[in-house]
Design a protein around this ligand. Sequence first.
Ligand code: CTP
Ligand code: MG
Length: 223
Amino acid sequence: MRIGIVLCAAGLGERSGLPYPKQFFEIQGKPLWLWALRPLLELDARVVPVIVLPANQVENARSIVPDETIRLAAGGPTRTASVRSGLALLAGERLDLVLVHDGARPCLESSLLAPLLKEARTFGAATLGVFVRDALKEVHGLTIVRDIPRDGLCFIQTPQAFLPETLHRAHAFAKEKGIEDAPDDAHLVGLLGKEVRVVRGSPFNLKVTYPEDFAFASRYLLA
Ligand code: CTP
Ligand code: MG
């Protein structure tokens, strides 16, 4: 099996409280994006990885990536644009699946990947997700205004896996419609009217977002 990988690591990380983009935070001397990439490189398949980085970091990254065949792309102003840049470097490749993962999710366990890939090959599109476990409420200011039944509500994670043609079509459609700030790629595939399946993710597969998340990721990865 040949699997294309788009690792999106070109955001600004504005909620992180760091003076630089969060995906460059280092744990044991390695940036978060490299931790995020690692389980994907260990897949039992031929992988074709593309890492999407801020334009001014592409040069530096060359000396950090573990393999010179890894492709590097400059990102865009939104995640959607960044994934599109990555996909451009996979155009013309013969691939069975394309996997899109956030560079800010360094704690992905490789055991989650096989079921995701299987589901994507069967249904065309699949994502990791975890069902909401806490009570869920709408809050205005800091006041609760109503309860939201949590049945069937899911936190969607990455990686997300797609048949290449489906993902390329979804991004072409988004571009045509001027949709630049989709929350994820599953959303864009959904706009094509295609089914996207959810495969069990993990609460540890956190997207490092807020200042306190760095300590979580460090403890998890160094445990
Ligand atoms: N991302 C990207 N290009 C962008 C925006 C986001 O590649 N223009 C990537 C981020 O680097 C991250 C992933 O998409 O790995 C998920 O996005 P998010 O957690 O929102 O990261 P940021 O946009 O960087 O953070 P913030 O929203 O706090 O600014
Ligand atoms: Mg963002």
